[in-house]
Design a protein. Structure first.
Length: 76
C-alpha cells in the first residue's frame, strides 16, 4: 500500500458477523451503553465516534482498524 492509499473499511456484514461470534448483538451493545436499542447501528453507515468505539471495544480492536477511511491520518 502506498502512502496515499487507505485500507478498505470492513463491510457492515463482517462487523455484524464478528460481533455475533462474540455472542453479542448491536442491540445489546446499544442497550449496555444506555442508548436506544438501534443507536449503535448508525456506526455501520456513518462516522459516529462514540458508536465506533463501542463496536471496536467489543471486538478488541481500534476504530481505525475497522474504519480506516474515517480515521486515516491526513497527510499534507
Amino acid at each position: 500500500m502506498t502512502r496515499n492509499e487507505v485500507a478498505e473499511d470492513w463491510h457492515p456484514g463482517i462487523i455484524v458477523g464478528r460481533i455475533r461470534e462474540k455472542g453479542l448483538t448491536l442491540r445489546a451493545l446499544s442497550l449496555a451503553a444506555g442508548l436506544g436499542k438501534d443507536t449503535v447501528k448508525n456506526s455501520l453507515y456513518r462516522k459516529w465516534p462514540k458508536g465506533d468505539k463501542i463496536i471496536a471495544d467489543a471486538l478488541g480492536v481500534s476504530p481505525a482498524e475497522i474504519w480506516p477511511s474515517r480515521y486515516a491520518r491526513k497527510v499534507k
